[in-house]
Design a protein around this ligand. Structure first.
Ligand SMILES: C[S@@+](CC[C@H](N)C(=O)[O-])C[C@H]1O[C@@H](n2cnc3c(N)ncnc32)[C@H](O)[C@@H]1O
Length: 215
């Protein structure tokens, strides 16, 4: 992680309520196993295209399996990960959280357009109960919120992994994927760097072996 995270060059995509006027648009997701056309808007992350890091995550994270009953798209943006996960894993309940209200509205509308109403649950972070557990977390996390905010967010949500749960995070190398991996390891998590391509790493994060370890 860089010590001083740069300010994003675009407007803050992680605002609760983006000030940028709405300008709806469509974005295509083209993957070997599926194609989706979803709605996007200004004021959300990667509004005009599927982010290349997100695409890599969707291509290279291990497939969802039938034990992945509950899947979290952490920081869902317009909902690419949630919608792909719900398409690929019809047995799963998919949760999508984001602080950005416009992002949540887009994700809910996209899920509805695909017929996933009732199976894709879109919420503000504080609406998820402490007892909710996820078998898989898939995330392109908001590195640019700053190191402390990112660490707080990951500490919180990794605490929602089920005992055998696994998180897959895509992080740009130049934005600190390796130092993030080291920090997670220092927290006791097991971290595998399962892919490294085109300037990104995909980190596979599992629960600390010793849950009683101090945090
Ligand atoms: C890098 S973007 C990824 C968006 C989307 N998943 C994608 O791949 O296109 C990170 C997202 O995290 C959201 N975010 C920022 N802080 C958050 C927090 N504390 N809790 C949940 N989401 C947050 C941002 O609003 C943003 O939509």
């Amino acid at each position: 992680m860089q010590p001083d995270d740069p300010e994003p060059k675009t407007a803050h995509y992680f605002s609760d309520k983006p000030a940028t006027p709405s300008k709806p648009r469509r974005v295509d997701i083209a993957l070997p196993d599926l194609s989706l056309r979803l709605g996007s808007d200004s004021g959300v992350f990667s509004a005009d295209r599927l982010d290349p890091g997100t695409k890599l995550l969707l291509l290279e994270a291990p497939p969802l399996v039938d034990t992945d009953r509950s899947v979290l798209d952490l920081g869902c943006g317009w909902g690419a990960i949630a919608c792909v996960a719900a398409t690929r894993a019809p047995w799963a309940q998919v949760w999508a959280v984001d602080i950005n209200e416009r992002a949540r509205t887009l994700t809910a509308a996209n899920a509805r357009s695909l017929g996933f109403e009732g199976r894709v649950h879109v919420h503000a972070p504080h609406e998820i109960t402490d007892t909710t557990r996820f078998d898989r977390i898939l995330s392109n996390p908001p590195i640019r919120v700053g190191k402390q905010a990112l660490h707080d967010m990951l500490t919180h949500w990794l605490g929602h992994l089920s005992p055998q749960g696994v998180a897959h995070l895509v992080v740009q190398k130049h934005l600190g994927s390796d130092s993030l991996a080291s920090w997670l390891e220092r927290r006791g998590h097991q971290v595998e760097r399962i892919s490294s391509r085109a300037g990104y790493r995909i980190l596979e994060v599992t629960n600390p072996l010793d849950e009683s370890r101090p945090s």
